[in-house]
Design a protein. Structure first.
Length: 437
């Protein structure tokens, strides 16, 4: 309920602002279009006035013709020039008005024919009866010119003023609807202001409560901080713990080696040596932990390089040994690296002890990859291989049993890869299930 109120209090102002913006934008557009329509109507009214004056000028041109023919005063050229000038002016001012596209050309044609007839009439000699046909034709041309003006006038009335007046009437209806909607919006806005005031009072009370809670929380944090160690102090303490664990494991190794000196049986000595290697693998993890800047993530490459070096030093074998180490996992935690290191220790130890008997060279491979869901480990050698590959998953020795136990701690399964040598593959359980599916 409180969440709904918060969402309502946040969304209402935005909705109101959006509606106000829409109304204002629409009103501005409506006013702009209405103003444009009014300007067009004003221009068309002026055009009608000019057309009326043009019609009167054409009528006056006919009277001037008669006066020139009867009295030989030659006022026709000046009157004709004024009519043409009026037509040119109208063409420039009202070029986009209805009917104005055809009117100038039509009038120019009729006026040119009328001028030619007038000149012929002024030049001809004879009685009025002889000039009568030319006079009739000239008056007919002038009447056609006036009819062209009248057609343009009707086009302006029908296509211009009529259409624009109807559109302006529609805009006025839209303006009325907009005004009514604006009044309703004002009412809603007033109601929202009232609701917002109530919410503001409630939020002020809750802010005061939050301030009190914040003060109490700060006081509790301050008291808790006084009773807790800082992060730096904890890191120093953890590094010191790992350092002491590593030193204790070194003491255990020394004790085991001291005990080895008391033993003469080679098999027992080998068992002690394997125990020393396992303790060394664990000690190496703690050593890399307190040397690392990030206690939660330990550099895997450095750890495996040290572990492989120590194992090769512990098992002195007289062959040319190549190390194929490819690590694509940058860091791991202590909980993962300890069982992983012990597992790698067991497999490499078995390879160094049994894989290269009777050979002059060999390869130890360690490939560690990550696919984003789990870790994939491929480790082993290219040596003589297991005597019986069908029984590898039924442990009959402490080392093999330890490999399966450590794999279980890592939530992985161990598979024996096909091919020469002995190569183990460890895949995450999720990947294994996906393969079976």
């Amino acid at each position: 309920m409180h969440t709904l109120k918060r969402l309502t209090s946040r969304s209402w102002p935005l909705l109101v602002m959006a509606l106000v913006t829409i109304f204002i934008t629409y009103g501005i557009v409506l006013v702009s279009r209405s103003r444009q329509l009014q300007q067009k109507i004003t221009e068309e009214v002026r055009l009608l006035d000019e057309l009326s004056r043009l019609s009167n000028a054409i009528h006056q041109l006919g009277l001037t013709h008669r006066m020139d023919v009867g009295t030989q005063q030659y006022q026709w050229p000046g009157e004709l020039a004024r009519v043409k000038a009026r037509v040119d002016s109208m063409e420039q001012r009202f070029s986009g008005a209805p009917g104005m596209k055809e009117l100038p050309g039509t009038l120019d044609r009729f006026l040119a024919q009328s001028d030619s007839l007038h000149r012929n009439a002024m030049a001809a000699q004879g009685s009025w009866s002889e000039k009568r046909p030319a006079e009739v034709v000239l008056q007919f041309m002038l009447q056609r010119a006036q009819k062209a003006v009248d057609r343009t006038t009707r086009s302006v009335h029908e296509q211009g003023l009529g259409t624009h007046t109807a559109t302006l009437s529609d805009k006025w209806d839209e303006a009325q609807v907009l005004l009514i909607a604006a009044c309703m919006l004002a009412v809603v806005f007033a109601w929202l202001v009232h609701v917002s005031n109530k919410l503001l009072i409630e939020s002020r009370l809750r802010s005061e409560q939050l301030d009190i809670a914040k003060q109490n929380l700060e006081r509790s944090n301050r008291e808790l901080r006084e009773t807790m160690l800082s992060k730096e102090e904890k890191e120093v303490m953890l590094k010191e713990i790992h350092h002491r664990v590593k030193n204790n494991l070194q003491i255990v190794k020394s004790l085991i080696r001291f005990q080895m000196d008391q033993v003469k049986d080679p098999k027992t000595t080998e068992l002690f040596n394997e125990c020393v290697n396992r303790v060394s693998a664990m000690a190496l993890v703690h050593e890399q932990t307190y040397l690392s800047k990030d206690l939660a993530n330990i550099d895997v490459s450095t750890y495996l390089a040290h572990l492989t070096r120590d194992l090769c030093y512990a098992y002195t074998i007289d062959i040319k040994l190549d190390l194929d180490i490819r690590i694509n996992v940058p860091t791991l935690s202590v909980d993962t690296l300890i069982p992983l290191g012990l597992l790698i220790n067991e497999i490499i130890s078995n390879s160094l002890k049994y894989a290269f008997k009777g050979r002059k060279s060999g390869t130890i491979l360690v490939h560690l990859d990550s696919d984003g869901e789990g870790i994939h480990l491929r480790i082993g050698d290219d040596g003589v291989g297991l005597p019986d590959r069908s029984k590898w998953d039924r442990p009959n020795s402490l080392g093999m049993d330890l490999i399966h136990t450590l794999a279980g701690q890592l939530d992985t399964t161990v598979e024996l890869a096909s091919g020469p040598g002995t190569v183990y593959e460890l895949t995450s359980i999720r990947q294994a299930r996906r393969k079976r599916a």
